[in-house]
Design a protein around this ligand. Structure first.
Ligand code: NAD
Length: 358
């Protein structure tokens, strides 16, 4: 079979650090295995436009592997050209770069390594909440640029203790974020999800479910977004919903950039309506140099906690998703059942309930 992997370039770093498995150079550690089984393995980072390797090879690829960090966007149109495609594997978590409805129609399976980087992201969420609430970035900028003006930082720095924090999406990551927030003595922990947490889990973290989205955001000092991107979440956080946020709230989004309207969020940060926005996911990846999230700041000079998409690609996570990808391929080649938690789209139907209520 022909297996095509779209990965990011690691250049010198990947040569020096073999644990950067999710790079073009290190090929998810799959070449020896795939070639020993007689398969052809193409690895590339070239993914945009009709002349890209992605678009050229997709025509006769049987299995596509992509990472959310450098997503090969498999649109319905591109899928129509992929005559041999049977399986899409996401090396990581989050398969929105594949048109999942089209995959259902075409009976192409979509599998991901569920759980492989959920701790990595939950830790990043904690870091992002803290760096916004405590106004870390401008303080750090002072430290490295030779300045020392404590009042300029402290005027917009707060404690997390006593604040209301809510997660939009309380699945694997959202639940882990709630667990990690417990020792911070917040005033209250809230969640918004069409699936309730299991009773015991809800009790253990002491979180309250709010069933109306506007009511949910209006009660939170901090909102963290931990839901997949699908028709029901695309552009969900926009100008209209932002009006229901508490004035000066903080927003963290490590789920998917397109869940937020980029211009509306940037405008809200610039006006101070949001005190800050942090995340690592962008509506287009790599993000263009002039993306509004790169330069936005609140009126007091802080409030921007953006990074490139890396929270789920720590070296620890790369090991887990590389191993998980191999396991998925082995199961497929050997006709063994997949771990049900890894199946987003089975043959002709959604198997995961996380991509919207259907
Ligand atoms: P999960 O499937 O375990 O949980 C997702 C939860 O979101 C589910 O409980 C689902 O019911 C809920 N949900 C779906 N639509 C919703 C909506 N409209 N409103 C409220 N809740 C909704 O997934 P997970 O492992 O927690 O991951 C969540 C997402 O995080 C992934 O789909 C991916 O997009 C993103 N992610 C990002 C990174 C990163 O590196 N930044 C890494 C891993 C995952």
């Amino acid at each position: 079979m022909k297996v095509l992997a779209i990965l990011y370039n690691g250049f010198k770093a990947a040569k020096a650090e073999p644990r950067l498995l999710g790079t073009v150079e290190n090929e998810l550690g799959l070449r020896a295995y795939l070639e020993s089984q007689g398969h052809e393995y193409i690895v590339t980072s070239s993914k945009e436009g009709p002349d890209s390797d992605f678009q050229k090879h997709i025509a006769d690829t049987d299995i596509l592997i992509t990472t959310p960090f450098h997503p090969g966007y498999l649109t319905k149109e591109l899928m129509a050209k992929a005559k041999n495609l049977k399986v899409c594997v996401t090396a990581g978590v989050g398969s929105d770069h594949v048109d999942l409805n089209a995959a259902v129609d075409r009976k192409i399976q979509v599998l991901e390594v569920s759980g492989s980087n959920v701790v990595s992201v939950a830790e990043q969420v904690m870091m992002s909440i803290l760096l916004l609430v405590r106004n870390f970035v401008p303080a750090h900028e002072q430290a490295i640029s030779g300045q020392w003006q404590v009042s300029d930082i402290a005027r917009n720095a707060f404690d997390l203790e006593g604040k209301v924090v809510g997660t939009l999406g309380a699945g694997r990551i959202g639940h882990r974020v709630l667990q990690r927030l417990v020792p911070f003595n917040t005033k209250e922990l809230l969640y918004f999800d069409y699936k309730a947490l299991p009773e015991e889990a809800e009790k253990a973290v002491g979180a309250r479910r709010v069933e109306d989205l506007k009511e949910f955001v209006s009660q939170c000092d901090v909102v963290t977004v931990n839901a997949p991107l699908h028709e029901g979440t695309k552009g969900l956080i926009n100008k209209d919903l932002l009006q229901h946020f508490k004035p000066g709230a903080w927003l963290v989004n490590t789920a998917r950039g397109a869940i937020c309207n980029a211009d509306d969020v940037a405008a809200a940060v610039k006006s101070g309506q949001l005190r800050g926005y942090a995340g690592d996911v962008w509506n287009v990846q790599p993000a263009p140099a002039d993306h509004p999230w790169r330069s936005m700041r609140n009126p007091l000079g802080g409030g921007n906690g953006m990074t490139p998409h890396y929270s789920g690609t720590t070296l620890d996570a790369q090991q887990r998703y590389a191993e998980g990808t191999k396991k998925i391929l082995q199961n497929y080649f050997e006709n063994k059942p997949q771990d049900p938690g890894n199946v987003i789209v089975g043959v002709g139907k959604y198997e995961s309930a996380s991509y919207g209520q259907r």
